[in-house]
Design a protein around this ligand. Structure first.
Ligand SMILES: [Zn+2]
Ligand SMILES: [Zn+2]
Ligand SMILES: [Zn+2]
Length: 423
């Protein structure tokens, strides 16, 4: 009930937005932040009391937490935003850029007439969390800017953290990209969002009649992965919540990546025109990674929306992921070489300077049901895990992280991870 009230309030404030001044909306958001804390304190007094004990015990430890660890206040169902912000605020190369004030309110030429710029506002949060102050911060100005950037998403009650991530990068690209609109696919964009997160996917479609292959390349800022549900009974799949059968064991991230790069027969409704046969043919499609980004974001498709069944479900089973990840098997050279068996041929390898070894540094998790769930982010700093649950930051054991329902997993090039964790 309280949640519903908060959401209605949230919706109402957004509806009221055009008629309100910028400052009054920000004030509203700040008030809601403290109101929510009050509501919470009524609802889970016990929880709070136990947390208080933990927090008192942790107080001394907290002062030596790595710089940059700061809780973010919930402004009314905004855990989707806080969880993604925590990952972005700790993405090596990304936060450093904003902290070095290469984009900030003083120098920004791209602020709109009402002084809105998502990149500037991200820079402001960066300065706030790396200031050394540990009091939870309210990213109200950022939320307000984002509402203006993504008006279509701002009207929903519950937001998808992944959609938020995509739209924030898009918003930063818009304010940062020098060749805006000149390169529609963003493949060569040098803005900070694309420099850090942009990779390139390769798609090979092979005609099953003649073997002719056509190849296309697509830039991406993350990779969305399906969980392998082929071993589930139809009863499981039909139900809202799906768990692996006892005998199929755990699902793993590597299995998701295998599935992603496995050749897939395209359905008869997807027949593609073969240039060689000069007609529509059955074909096989295979994905691979042409170029890896500096920061690799992997999105696990836990939410399924079926227009046919007019239903949505969440796949809430467990997914095992490695802390150190070698992406070599999923790169185009490996995939294509495997497809052609022993017929080894010269492969243009222009990405040799980018290593395929990655280390995990942030995991955005989702717990609960589809429409009433909660996002929490785990950060790995100097080989220690921290739980960022809105305003609360606590040190946690890695077993807690492994047991959570990961939704977005952020890896960074191993070299960068080592460098970032040196001091
Ligand atoms: Zn700006
Ligand atoms: Zn860009
Ligand atoms: Zn053909």
């Amino acid at each position: 009930m309280i949640l519903i009230l908060i959401r209605l309030l949230c919706l109402k404030i957004f509806m009221d937005m055009p008629s309100k001044t910028h400052d009054s909306v920000i004030d509203d958001l700040m008030r809601r932040s403290s109101k929510r804390r009050r509501l919470n304190s009524v609802v889970d007094l016990d929880l709070k009391r136990s947390k208080l004990l933990v927090s008192m015990r942790d107080r001394r430890a907290k002062s030596c937490y790595p710089l940059g660890l700061r809780g973010l206040n919930n402004l009314g169902s905004t855990c989707f935003m806080n969880s993604v912000l925590q990952a972005l605020l700790h993405a090596p190369s990304f936060w450093n850029y904003f902290l070095s004030e290469r984009h900030g309110p003083e120098t920004c030429k791209k602020r709109s007439s009402d002084h809105l710029c998502l990149a500037c506002d991200f820079g402001v949060i960066c300065s706030a969390v790396y200031s050394g102050n540990r009091t939870p911060y309210s990213p109200a100005q950022f939320l307000y800017s984002w509402w203006h950037h993504s008006a279509n998403l701002a009207s929903y009650e519950q937001q998808d953290a992944h959609e938020f991530f995509i739209s924030v990068l898009d918003g930063i690209h818009e304010r940062e990209g020098k060749e805006r609109n000149s390169n529609k696919d963003n493949g060569g964009c040098q803005c900070i969002a694309h420099r850090v997160f942009s990779g390139m996917l390769r798609s090979d479609v092979t005609c099953t009649a003649c073997g002719f292959t056509s190849t296309t390349y697509d830039p991406c800022v993350d990779i969305s992965l399906n969980m392998d549900t082929t071993n589930f009974s139809s009863v499981d799949v039909a139900s809202k919540s799906v768990r692996p059968n006892e005998d199929t064991g755990r699902s793993t991230l590597l299995a998701c990546l295998d599935l992603f790069t496995r050749p897939e027969r395209l359905g008869s409704d997807q027949k593609l025109y073969c240039q060689n046969c000069q007609e529509r043919r059955d074909s096989m499609k295979q994905m691979s990674i042409k170029r890896l980004p500096l920061v690799l974001s992997l999105h696990i498709k836990r939410f399924e929306h079926s227009s046919l069944r007019r239903s949505s479900r969440k796949i809430d089973w467990f997914l095992q992921f490695p802390f150190s990840l070698d992406m070599t098997p999923y790169l185009s050279p490996s995939i294509v070489r495997n497809r052609f068996g022993n017929r080894i041929f010269g492969f243009e390898s222009d990405e040799s300077d980018i290593s395929s070894e990655f280390e995990v540094f942030a995991v955005v998790t989702h717990s609960g049901m589809l429409d009433s769930g909660h996002y929490v982010t785990y950060l790995r700093l100097q080989d220690q895990w921290y739980k960022c649950d809105d305003a609360w930051i606590t040190e946690v054991d890695e077993r807690i992280v492994r047991a959570a329902q990961c939704y977005m997993i952020f890896y960074v090039q191993k070299m960068l991870y080592c460098k970032a964790n040196e001091d």
